[in-house]
Ligand binder design. Structure first.
Ligand code: TNX
Length: 481
């Protein structure tokens, strides 16, 4: 066994234990991929497709091992690997992947794809890997500007390569309502008809949504839909006049300011409206979580706000789901399954009951709508410029006093889109910064350092660029990579 530099085999995120051995594993050009159980077959199928796309070899699925092949084995008794851990054995006699769950096998295949060269060879190695955090997410704001189902699927594809496993879609805001709700067609027909700056509108039909959810689930990405309430609701108020106290719909809003709109639980229609929306979301979302927003409700009376969040939590749980909300929801009594998403004020997030877990999205480290560097033509500045070291060099366990790994569900980087108009801009703001977040969410803190990460990041960024992703080429990437 020899210890080689990770630079030679640039994995992002860095696995927990890696031993590089002498020699290589040379997969033959017609390599067989064998799944030991039906539950592993779907992952094997995806791996065959992805390997064929990225390499010059022609892998195929096979029922029996033959020679130098790839085996995927589900060992349910390997509780030590957890729900996402895996082992990878690459040697002269083949490539073996072992996990306790299909998700673990998926993660193993993502590592394998980063190691296999175009000619089908990879370094001999033994890897034993599992994530630091369960929740490793990205958020895309499709409310301020809509993006197509195809864009969202491509985004899923890109984040899943680096073992991110949650995609939070911010579906509604003052500027737009982007999901068809069959009982309330005006929400999308009116509320979805425009976007920030008067740009064209758009929304997901339920069939688009089913496609997104299935595409993501095939890649072990759980979609977390957000319907932001009670503030950030002008698009809904503009679509349904009777949600307003005077029964008069306000005009559609295409500006950028926040905090002026609110739903009101004291109006007769509001509870039914909220119940219907939550019921639809629950019915079309296989994942465990529904996000109810709850941020910046500056026009909601504080007592009415608490009542609103309490009602939402009950509605979400009535459908067997768990609630996620921005840190402001700590003003309301929260149940232990509810997740609090920290974004701005640690002291607000810290008010969460001890039984509740927290998702870390501190704006200064994770907001992808911020500029990469001062003076960039694209990106905002209110949380500062966020260069690659800034999104990499922070420890989620030091953000809120007394909130350590046990209470942290994980990390998530949001991309807000008030000023983001095209999917090309989405990608340039997200990549390679989201790869830094993937490392924060997966790799143990003691193993993390910028000097270890920078060369791996540079290589992973080139892989994305080679695949046509319009990555941002920053100074820190060039000088350290
Ligand atoms: C704050 S983060 C917001 C969003 C904006 C974003 C812009 C949060 C919960 N609210 O409504 O889009 O800043 O950076």
């Amino acid at each position: 066994m020899v210890a080689k530099d990770h630079e030679a085999h640039p994995l992002v995120p860095l696995p927990r234990h890696v031993e590089w051995h002498d020699g290589i594993c040379a997969l033959p050009s017609d390599v067989a991929v064998v799944a030991d159980q039906p539950d592993a077959a779907a992952v094997a199928t995806m791996f065959v497709m992805d390997l064929a796309t990225q390499s010059g070899i022609r892998p195929h699925l096979a029922a029996e091992p033959r020679g130098i092949d790839v085996t995927l084995q589900l060992h349910a008794h390997r509780a030590d690997l957890g729900t996402e851990g895996y082992e990878l054995f690459a040697a002269a006699d083949g490539l073996g992947l072992v996990a306790a769950t299909p998700h673990g096998l998926w993660n193993a295949t993502r590592t394998a794809l980063q190691l296999i060269h175009v000619d089908g060879t990879l370094p001999a190695a033994h890897i034993l890997d599992m994530p630091r955090f369960e929740w490793r997410g990205a958020m895309l704001d499709v409310a301020r500007h809509p993006f197509t189902a195809g864009d969202v699927c491509r985004f899923v594809d890109l984040i899943a390569r680096h073992k991110l496993n949650r995609l939070h879609l911010h579906l509604t805001d003052d500027q737009g309502w982007r999901l068809e709700i069959p009982d309330w067609p005006a929400l999308s027909l009116v509320g979805g008809s425009t976007a920030t700056g008067g740009d064209p509108g758009g929304w997901f039909t339920l069939s688009d949504w089913a496609h997104i959810v299935a595409y993501a689930s095939d890649r072990f990405v759980s979609i977390v839909p957000e319907v932001d309430m009670p503030g950030h609701t002008n698009a809904a108020l503009a679509s349904v006049p009777n949600l307003n106290p005077d029964g008069v719909a306000p005009p559609l809003y295409t500006g950028k300011e926040v905090g002026f709109s609110s739903l009101r639980l004291d109006l007769p229609l509001t509870r039914r409206f909220v119940s219907d929306v939550v019921a639809t979301l629950a019915a079309v979302t296989p994942g465990e979580y529904l996000h109810i927003g709850g941020d910046e409700a500056h026009s909601t009376d504080p007592d009415a706000y608490v009542e609103f969040i309490t009602f939402l939590q009950m509605e979400v749980e009535r459908h067997g789901k768990s609630m996620v909300g921005w840190e402001e929801i700590t003003a309301a009594p929260l149940n232990r399954h509810s997740l609090v998403q920290h974004w701005l004020r640690p002291e607000t997030a810290a008010k969460a009951p001890r039984a509740c877990r927290i998702i870390m999205s501190p704006a200064r480290h994770t907001y992808l709508d911020m500029q990469h560097a001062e003076g960039d033509p694209i990106g905002r500045r209110w949380a500062g410029a966020i260069d690659l070291p800034t999104i990499h060099d922070w420890d989620p366990a030091t953000q809120i006093p007394d909130v350590d790994d046990h209470r942290i569900a994980g990390v998530e980087a949001p991309l807000w889109t008030e000023k983001v108009r095209t999917f090309e801009q989405v990608q340039t703001l997200c990549f390679p910064r989201l790869l830094c977040l993937a490392e924060v969410g997966w790799t143990q803190q003691a193993q993390r350092s910028w000097p270890s990460f920078a060369p791996r990041l540079a290589a992973a960024t080139e892989r994305l660029a080679a695949d046509g992703v319009p990555v941002y080429r920053s100074a820190s990437l060039a000088s350290d990579g």
